[in-house]
Design a binder for this molecule. Structure first.
Ligand SMILES: [Zn+2]
Length: 380
């Protein structure tokens, strides 16, 4: 086994805990370079002044004249989705706001969502997951010792959102993706193919105990139907102007009595445990390095401040202890089993079935078949 000498980027705070990181002669990493290329293409004006933003809003409105809703918006209560809700109001969009409740919400998140929805006067649709099935699925990922315990949540959020959008005949889906928050994330720190149901089913088959028949999973065929035939369109509105996350937090706090959780995606107890305890302890990964690095590259934070923040533990050690106890209780496992799994050797997602090859073949087939279908049928 070969060990790499520890090295940190001279511009951001990414380091060799990303096994694929590359440095140039000046000691600048590949993440900085990738970020710069993408960042250069983004508008640098406010949303009020951005024609990209205004054009997107116009397109959404034009495509939904006379309809009850212009778009669907998944609201977690975190900064990005909360700011999107605010943007909808400012632009005169009427979204169907959907909150995905997987049983791990913090009280902060619930309060943030209630405050926003009430003050913005939006309708809220709360999708409550089948907890017993979801728990079994989440626990099977933990028992499998794979890296990405967030796949069940990330996959099922979209599954629920797509199903609700189809039910209400909404084609426009707002996404909170943005470069400033998520621009830097090493591939080795997650499982990229969150939609891979074959991988999910295999992990669940080997480490789960029950069924997953009530979960809104998305198979390859359903995803293809949603994207190609139902003409679902995703809008990354936070990419259409200069999105300053720190300013966004300030605005939300002032206008909506919104509360910051102190960490990215810490609106969920599980995510807080996952990013703040599980990943650092079992995989030696601190996702804050990626989050802080994007802020440095976007000019929204100094490297010194980021380094100072990294000196602190990911979150309060007492809260970590409380969270572990809470996680064990909620999953219904003993502390002994928890500790045993934390110490068990890690496994790759690729050790389980994957549907990637099948996906490539299906997309080729769709490209071939689509022009042969009469447009009336396609758009029905
Ligand atoms: Zn860097």
């Amino acid at each position: 086994m070969s060990y790499r000498i520890f090295q940190m980027c001279k511009r951001c705070v990414m380091d060799t805990t990303d096994p694929d990181i590359i440095f140039d002669e000046q000691g600048i990493c590949n993440h900085c370079k990738d970020f710069d290329i993408k960042f250069a293409k983004l508008p640098k004006t406010s949303f009020q002044e951005s024609t990209f933003f205004q054009d997107s809003i116009k397109e959404i409105k034009d495509s939904t004249r006379g309809k009850d809703y212009n778009c669907i918006l998944g609201l977690s209560g975190g900064t990005d989705s909360s700011f999107l809700a605010y943007l909808c109001k400012e632009s005169g969009l009427k979204p169907l706001v959907v909150h995905f409740d997987n049983g791990w919400n913090t009280e902060f998140a619930i309060r943030n969502i209630e405050n926003l929805v009430n003050k913005l006067n939006f309708e809220l649709y709360t999708y409550v997951i089948n907890w017993e099935e979801f728990k079994d699925l989440q626990l099977s990922y933990f028992r499998a010792s794979v890296i990405d315990l967030e796949v069940p949540t990330d996959h099922l959020i979209f599954g629920a959102l797509f199903k609700i959008a189809k039910k209400y005949k909404i084609h426009n889906i707002l996404s909170g993706y943005n470069l400033t928050s998520e621009g830097t994330m090493p591939k080795a720190w997650l499982y990229e193919y969150k939609f891979d149901r074959a991988n999910m089913k295999d992990i669940h088959k080997k480490f789960g105990t029950g069924k997953m028949s009530h979960l809104p999973t998305l198979g390859l065929w359903e995803r293809t139907m949603y994207q190609k035939f139902y003409r679902f369109k995703q809008y990354h509105l936070l990419q259409t102007f200069y999105y300053d996350k720190i300013q966004a937090k300030k605005l939300l706090t002032e206008k909506f009595d919104w509360k910051d959780y102190g960490g990215k995606h810490f609106e969920s107890v599980f995510t807080r445990f996952y990013q703040g305890y599980f990943l650092p302890q079992k995989f030696g990964i601190d996702k804050r390095k990626a989050h802080l690095s994007t802020l440095i590259c976007a000019g929204q934070m100094t490297r010194e401040d980021a380094l100072a923040e990294l000196q602190h533990p990911p979150y309060d050690p007492q809260l970590q202890k409380d969270d572990i106890e809470y996680v064990c209780k909620k999953w219904g496992i003993s502390r002994e089993e928890f500790d045993e799994i934390m110490k068990a050797p890690v496994r790759q997602h690729s050790e389980f079935h994957e549907e990637l090859e099948l996906e490539k073949k299906l997309h080729k087939l769709i490209q071939y078949v689509k022009p042969l279908i009469p447009s009336k049928l396609r758009n029905a």
